[in-house]
Design a protein around this ligand. Structure first.
Ligand code: SAH
Length: 291
């Protein structure tokens, strides 16, 4: 049961290792890159009302790779505007990596960074305690709502920070992805109840629908090669399994029944396609943009 399994997020170094392997084995960042190149510029065009200063908040920014790409699109759309960029990221390693990346990237002088080494709920407390009245033109939370206690409350808080014409962009796995199927079957066994990791865009969309909040959504087709998960004892396979289940050392801590069930489901047609000896997991993402 979930109580005896430890969450991967509590071991930052193993989390980072498995996340990086996941990025290597998947088209996760490529599909985001396509979206950033082809769709994001139009989304960003209408923010800011022609102001010469834009406020941006990145929540769960990781090493900033995606954030910096989005900032450069923002700059192209609003070339005369300076940008105040609040980064909210609890991992000191990731925050450090982001600072290094930002310092190496030329042409960022239009951006002022504020580094918040904290979780989104700590940021919320800090914001309320300081009675901040600043409003944001663009807020993004990319692949991070799995790690908060209450994803809906988190969305509501950040939505309340939006300026008129401001936009909140969320990226999560799609409800129809392999992840969605895995979580629908094993939610109780895998998901940590303290942090609701098993959230998909389906959950967020039904929450927004119930509140009558309008949004646009975009599907980002993506794949992940999980073949190594099926070689018993394979170190990379084990790291990928940790990432898929979000359980620390899943292969050695899950019961044999749970492990067998998860492995069987992972290669089931609902989650993956098999071709040329490879098992390719459906990693489809979805973007939600709230105005
Ligand atoms: N947005 C990046 C990183 C996604 S990984 C990308 O798409 O590449 C998820 C990130 O969320 C990690 O960097 C992790 O440290 C961060 N995170 C975990 N818990 C968080 C929380 N409660 N609040 C904000 N960020 C969190």
């Amino acid at each position: 049961m979930a109580s005896s399994l430890q969450s991967l997020i509590h071991d930052d170094s193993r989390y980072q290792k498995s996340f990086h392997l996941f990025l290597e084995r998947s088209s996760e960042h490529q599909c985001m890159q396509d979206f950033i190149d082809n769709t994001l510029p139009d989304i960003l065009a209408s923010i800011g009302d022609g102001k010469s200063h834009l406020n941006v908040i990145g929540v769960g920014s990781g090493d900033g790779e995606i954030d910096l790409k989005m900032l450069s699109k923002l700059h192209l759309r609003h070339p005369g505007a300076t940008v105040d960029n609040e980064v909210v990221e609890p991992s000191s390693q990731q925050l450090h990596n982001y600072k290094v990346l930002a310092s190496q990237k030329p042409g960022l002088d239009y951006v002022t960074f504020t580094w918040n080494k904290m979780t989104s709920s700590e940021f919320e407390q800090h914001w309320k305690a300081k009675k901040m009245t600043k409003k944001a033109d663009f807020i993004h939370m990319i692949q991070m709502l799995y790690y908060v206690k209450d994803p809906e409350a988190t969305v509501s808080f950040f939505r309340s920070l939006l300026n008129k014409n401001g936009k909140l962009l969320i990226i999560l796995v799609s409800g129809e992805s392999g992840w969605g199927n895995l979580w629908r079957t094993y939610r109780n066994e895998l998901c940590n109840t303290e942090i609701s990791q098993c959230v998909t865009t389906r959950d967020i969309k039904s929450f927004l629908d119930s509140k009558g909040v309008s949004y646009q959504n975009y599907m980002l087709p993506s794949q992940m090669d999980i073949t190594e998960c099926f070689s018993e004892g394979d170190e990379k396979g084990e790291l990928l399994l940790d990432f898929l289940t979000e359980v620390l050392d899943f292969s050695n801590t899950a019961s044999p029944e749970l492990k067998a069930g998860v492995l069987e489901l992972l290669r089931h047609p609902e989650c993956s396609v098999e071709s040329n000896g490879k098992v390719i997991f459906n990693n489809n993402l979805e973007v939600i943009v709230i105005n």
